[in-house]
Write a protein that binds this ligand. Structure first.
Ligand SMILES: *[C@@H]1O[C@H](CO)[C@@H](O)[C@H](O)[C@H]1NC(C)=O
Ligand SMILES: *[C@@H]1O[C@H](CO)[C@@H](O)[C@H](O)[C@H]1NC(C)=O
Length: 321
């Protein structure tokens, strides 16, 4: 390879890498230095003192042939050439985590960082949250950042309202989505944010006013005491209207709250007036006579041996009082 062709190839490589690297480390100024120096080389390399050139060759770009002329020894030249052109491989200077690629430059190197990293060696995590961002709650992470959305919001920047109703969040009720939240209107018998809790109606006063309350999931039952009816056992049953023949022997049925009673006709007794009153217990017959009771009546009579004359008159009065 002639010197001219080699230099041309270096320029191509250099320009290409500069474009790819976005101009890291080697500036336009350095590039023009190189071109200037190339002119001098063309005008006569031999005129430079070797010591001078060794320094220049390291500080600026030269080619292998030029280096060979400085060292006049292949092993030394190779070692120096390696040192000047392969720093990425020899030193691994870039941070392992933050670096995308390491680029060899003349007597140098350039670290090209992954997104989220910066620094000469890509060793520094960029705090994206410190700069401008659209995130509602920005949390910086190593190499990146996240938006920690408030409950009820989603999306890359936490700006979208979550429609909780899409997930049947109200277990026993109707769901209404709101900005950042939702509201459940519970069915009867349920309570709580998500209408998931059973209401124990039996813990409330007067759920079953005259009866026993039995709680169920989402509901309850009242088992009413005798004499009451209705959902809350608060309705009096009118037994006198609902049932026939509660009172015997023409007794009158009288409704009471929660019960009834019978007003018995004269001569009868008992809760249903079925018992005949034993009038003989009242000792209404005169001394010496005998008593025999009947339905609402009694009879006083004299035994075979007789009562005595005075009793006859009293008997008349007692039978027909
Ligand atoms: C209501 O449902 C949501 C979504 O399932 C849940 O995150 C929340 O903890 C529930 N709230 C209650 C009080 O159970
Ligand atoms: C139920 O009634 C009792 C006694 O009258 C009262 O102390 C209590 O506060 C009431 N409870 C409710 C939930 O109304």
């Amino acid at each position: 390879m002639s010197k001219g062709v080699f230099v041309f190839a270096l320029i191509i490589a250099y320009v290409g890498s500069t474009l790819a690297a976005g101009g890291v480390f080697v500036s336009k100024e350095e590039a023009s230095n190189y071109l200037t120096r190339e002119k001098r080389a063309n005008s006569g390399f031999e005129e430079f003192a070797k010591g001078n050139f060794e320094q220049e060759c390291v500080e600026e770009i030269c080619n292998y042939e030029e280096l060979r002329e400085v060292y006049e020894n292949t092993a030394q030249t190779n070692a120096k050439w390696d040192e000047l052109t392969r720093q990425c491989e020899n030193m691994s200077p870039c941070n392992d985590i933050g670096t995308d690629t390491c680029q060899n430059l003349w007597s140098s190197y350039a670290c090209h960082c992954h997104a989220g990293y910066t620094g000469v060696h890509c060793e520094t995590d960029i705090d994206e949250c410190a700069g401008e961002h659209e995130c509602v709650n920005c949390v910086n992470t190593v190499g990146s950042y996240t938006c920690a959305c408030d409950q009820g919001y989603e999306g890359d920047f936490c700006t979208e309202d979550v429609n909780e109703c899409d997930n049947d969040v109200c277990e026993n009720g109707d769901c209404f989505n709101t900005d950042g939240s939702y509201i459940c209107l519970c069915d009867a018998g349920y309570q709580g944010t998500n209408c998931s809790q059973d209401i124990d109606e039996c813990q409330q006063n007067e759920t079953c006013v005259h009866g026993i309350c039995i709680n169920g999931i989402g509901t309850y039952d009242c088992v009413c005491s005798t004499g009451y009816e209705g959902d809350t056992c608060n309705d009096d049953i009118n037994e006198c209207e609902n049932f026939d023949n509660l009172c015997q022997n023409e007794g009158e049925c009288v409704n009471d709250v929660g019960s009834y009673h019978c007003a018995c006709a004269s001569g009868y007794t008992g809760s249903d007036c079925s018992q005949d009153v034993n009038e003989c217990d009242l000792n209404l017959c005169p001394e010496g006579s005998q008593c025999e009771h009947g339905a609402n009546s009694y009879t006083c009579f004299c035994p075979d041996e007789g009562c005595g004359a005075s009793v006859d008159t009293q008997l008349q009065q007692a039978v027909d009082p």
